[in-house]
Ligand binder design. Structure first.
Ligand SMILES: Cc1ncc(COP(=O)(O)O)c(C=O)c1O
Length: 472
């Protein structure tokens, strides 16, 4: 027996209470008031989830923790305390409170990223976000080209699915300084980590041919779109075997989502956002540099601490609000209220999002884009091919349509390679995927809302082309 509530029937059948009702103009509209459970009825885990996320807009099925994360009320309160402390006596705050509080945050983080040695705090800097961390590492690489340590034409390797902003940074900093950029082509959908390992090894060898050397490999730990957990340890190991100078892991989505052990991964530089899956307020990330590397990095915003090591430099980059960097201990207090702490949260998120992903795929007659072991608290679910997603712009418009008409927030991915492979004439080929997230505040009803919205679009004969003319 199907354990889930039934999806809506085709629009010719009589609507019932749980199904979208018809509007006066004849177009059927979803019931925007149901069927989400009120927050007070949502499952608890020894912490009042309802009051911790009471600031979330009600009535929105928020299936996109991945993009901007979420921050509970208790952590926001702690952040506000720091903001007020600063405003109460700014000089005392800057000269007495700030540096020790930053160090406390860095120290609190260590067991969560696989660092045991007390001196390793020197290897960890807090920065605003993964974009800033990338700028720090890439600027460092650019100097090595301009100062002649690396040669014009030496290679920077990145995955085809590297985050768009990071790709732009690679071009802005390193390619401009003389590097040649090689992208590792990756298949999607994929069935095994070997699909990635094999392509990566081939690209690395190409990069090291014709008198060139791969100076930097930028590897995502979890790619953003499409979302896939990358076999990062194996790829770093391959880089070592092939003599790559430096490896930067962009793990923007990793902490709180998959296990993070920076020593076992063994990259030179590893960054992860704390505001995505670790319940910190925006914006804060950590950047770990392998022993001996931290002193060569500099914050792109130069201030009084220049030359005193990245952790110090990034702790004073002019007058600004540092409060998001100071509440890591409170975010840890929050996760520790849950059974199994952050590991328990990760495990439950993963299990639930895979279950919901399978439920959606079954209802839509599609598949997941990657096997569960290559997924985390996010999975990619194939959307029915008849929606005819034919461009990135279609994907964005469909996402906006789901937000505006159905109150579902979910990113949509357009898989251009799949469409070309299947041939333009194949009308039912899956060209789009929904990236669903699961975080502690999510409930099943939100995924049913997405399921039913897509089924309704299919039943109504919707095609993405219909959105093209209306939004120009
Ligand atoms: C893989 C990856 N890298 C970098 C970033 C940038 O993160 P931020 O916008 O917090 O700097 C993201 C954001 O989603 C990402 O997914």
């Amino acid at each position: 027996m199907d354990p889930y509530p039934p999806p809506p029937k085709p629009s010719s059948s009589a609507p019932d209470e749980d199904q979208p009702s018809s509007s006066a103009n004849g177009h059927s509209k979803p019931d925007l008031n149901g069927p989400l459970l009120p927050l007070s009825k949502r499952p608890k885990h020894g912490v009042c989830v309802a009051s911790e996320f009471v600031h979330h807009e009600t009535g929105v099925a928020r299936l996109n923790n991945g993009s901007f994360g979420s921050c509970p009320a208790s952590v926001l309160q702690a952040q506000e305390k720091f903001q007020r402390l600063f405003l109460a006596q700014p000089d005392k705050f800057y000269f007495d409170t700030l540096q020790p509080a930053l160090e406390k945050s860095r120290r609190a983080l260590m067991p969560f990223i696989g660092l045991k040695d007390a001196e390793s705090t020197e290897e960890v800097a807090l920065v605003d976000n993964a974009t800033t961390a990338a700028a720090i590492v890439l600027q460092h690489m650019a100097w090595q080209f301009t100062e002649g340590t690396f040669h014009k034409g030496d290679v920077v390797l990145m995955l085809h699915y590297a985050y768009g902003a990071v790709k732009k940074s690679i071009h802005a900093y390193v390619a401009r300084a003389g590097a040649q950029v090689i992208e590792v082509p990756l298949p999607f959908p994929l069935s095994s980590p070997d699909d990635i390992i094999c392509e990566f090894r081939n690209s690395l060898r190409l990069g090291n041919s014709n008198g060139r050397r791969v100076r930097l490999a930028v590897i995502d730990h979890i790619t953003s779109m499409p979302c896939v957990v990358v076999p990062v340890r194996e790829l770093v190991q391959i880089c070592r075997e092939e003599g790559v100078d430096q490896v930067f892991v962009d793990a923007a989505h990793a902490i709180g989502n998959v296990e993070v052990d920076v020593e076992a991964i063994g990259a030179d530089f590893y960054t992860s956002n704390l505001h995505k899956w670790f319940f910190c307020p925006p914006a804060v990330a950590f950047l770990h540099s392998r022993k001996g590397r931290a002193n060569s990095l500099h914050h792109p915003v130069v201030s009084h601490e220049y030359g005193n090591g990245l952790p110090m430099e990034s702790g004073w980059i002019g007058t600004r609000d540092y409060s998001s960097h100071l509440v890591v201990p409170e975010a840890i207090d929050f996760v520790n209220k849950f059974e199994g702490g952050i590991e328990g949260i990760r495990k439950r998120n993963h299990e639930k999002v895979v279950e919901m992903g399978r439920m959606l795929a079954q209802a839509w007659g599609t598949d997941l884009g990657a096997p569960p072991e290559m997924s985390c608290s996010m999975v990619m679910v194939g959307l029915p091919g008849c929606l005819a997603i034919q461009s990135d712009s279609d994907a964005m418009k469909l996402r906006a349509h789901l937000r505006e008409e159905y109150k579902v927030e979910v990113p949509i991915y357009y898989n251009s390679r799949r469409r070309v492979e299947a041939g333009e004439a194949e009308p039912t080929c899956v060209t789009g995927y929904a990236r669903i997230s699961h975080q502690v505040y999510n409930v099943e009803a939100e995924y049913f809302r997405l399921r039913d919205a897509v089924i309704k679009l299919v039943n109504d004969g919707f095609k993405c082309a219909m959105l093209r003319s209306t939004s120009q």
